[in-house]
Design a protein around this ligand. Sequence first.
Ligand SMILES: [Zn+2]
Length: 499
Amino acid sequence: MAYEHVWEQYVQHMRDMRGVEEAIALMHWDMRTIGVRKGSAWRAESIGILTAHHMTLATSEQLGAWIEELRTAPIAVWQRASVARMAHRYERLRAIPLEEYKAFVIACAEAETMWERGKSEGDFTLFRPYLERIVAFARAFAKQWGAGAAHPYDAWLADDDPNMTVARLDPLFGALRAELVPFMQDIAHAQQRGQSLPRVPISMQRTAQEQLLALIGFDASAGRIDESAHPFMTAINPCDVRVTTRYSEDDCTSALFSTLHEGGHALYEQRIAPMFHGTNVCTGASLAMHESQARLWENVIGRSPAFWNAHFRTLQSWMPPLRDTFIGHFVSAINSVQPSPIRTEADELTYNVHIMIRYELEKQLMSGALDVAQLPQAWNEAYARDLGIVPRDEAHGVFQDVHWAGGAFGYFPSYTLGNLIAAHIWETMCEAGLGTQLHDIPKIVHWLTEHVYTHGATMHTDAFLDRVCNDTLDTAPFMRYVKDKYEGLMHVGQTPRIQ
Ligand SMILES: [Zn+2]
């Protein structure tokens, strides 16, 4: 059969899979935003049924035959990337019996609901048996996927990016820890504690998030913003990209930076070249690349003096209680470095320690060195040792993230990898003269679209860094970025040069 015809059938098959993925994504979105608690058991079962159907499509003999034919066909580079990505998933899913995978997905949907309940009631024992089941599945899958791997956790890291392994991440995170922790302690020690920012009514914050998303180029006619316990972004389809945020009347920056983070993810999804729509490369290059875009908007751009220099008056018009706040005070407040118990609320320096704690715990969970029953204590010990914090309860400790309930092992490292990649990209953007252009957001978005977003998942993280940044993944650009920024902020002191 001519390879063009095989390709057409392969694309149609991807579209069939995508239709099921859309239904599942929409059900997940509903469950985590407006869903009805009593209906959640039925919903979990329905998600399991649809996932089983999706798995049948993703592991069909026919798909395997098309992959084999296309592997040697004279197809374009992006088509080759699509086939390689599909083959990777095909082989992983084929390694697990359908019934077992379906049971895992149902267990995850049930655990997510129980995570929410256990967290609000502050009772880990409610959630513990659900998490134990998921960890048991995760360890079993790691055995099936990771034959020959140096560490059982490698099998989960490879789920997203086959080039990421414990052997690569241990030295990378070790180097980061060695340089970042003393720097972070110096900054935390030297910074003056400013007064807090004014309270902003939640109704006012809601409107502000919509305006903030519009400012950074989010297309509201191809997406929406809602509220959830744990902010997230989901691309239901290329023209329906949804973000969520969460509000605190006492801290208007919580929603602002969650929105910038999820907005960064959303811009990536909304600006992938239409020629990739409906295929498996219509997504971010990797979780780490996706996080790099979220952290770029949240921190590198969103917490920079230059961004607020240009946009603080606009923010004041959206949130009138900030009218009497001096911009220097606002910039200091959003860049305050202090160890805190919650990852998503952490400053951009201590944030990485939160990730390294989770990375170590996940490694131990996967190797069997740590069991779920020991997790709350291990969590508290790690926080006391690395950040000098003892969480006041489990909701502020082991319960804070939904990832493990959703079976998302190997995800956490992508946040710190995302920070490192964002710094690589930012250096490249500065070399292109964009570091001083944060008043001109369309120009920033245009560059990111051309160099990052439009390519979707047609390149691996390493290939991307090589091609766009002419560099390999390293901690140096991140350390240069934070040193430059925080040393600049320290010199600014109480009478900033920022206007
Ligand atoms: Zn994110």
